[in-house]
Write a protein of this length. Structure first.
Length: 115
């Protein structure tokens, strides 16, 4: 599997970004997908997930601000992030949702939110 995340950057608090992750080498449409993030000195956490059928779920800290979506034809999962806060600063990765994840995580994409 190859996971190529992009779309990160530096944004002021209250701003927005849209992340994309292109997945190759697997039958993308059959997998539930998730966006994870890892801030310095913290463990990686799942922030949003979308099932193969499009059912979504979010961690409480991003509910109402982040929206996960997928385009199976493009083998891409997206994360629309609005009303960004400094505490959203992290490296963001995509991978399978759920307890079994691909070993390869890719480089992720860095999101920095300034106050």
């Amino acid at each position: 599997v190859q996971l190529q995340a992009s779309g990160g950057g530096l944004v002021q608090a209250g701003g927005f970004l849209t992340l994309s992750c292109v997945v190759s080498g697997v039958a993308f449409s059959t997998y539930g997908m998730g966006w994870y993030r890892q801030a310095p000195d913290l463990q990686r956490e799942l922030v949003a997930g979308i099932s193969s059928r499009g059912i979504t779920n979010y961690v409480d800290s991003v509910k109402g601000r982040f929206t996960i979506s997928r385009d199976n034809a493009k083998k891409t999962v997206y994360l629309q992030m609005d009303s960004l806060k400094p505490e959203d600063t992290a490296v963001y990765y995509c991978n399978r949702a759920g307890p079994v994840r691909w070993t390869f995580w890719g480089q992720g994409t860095l999101v920095t939110v300034s106050s």
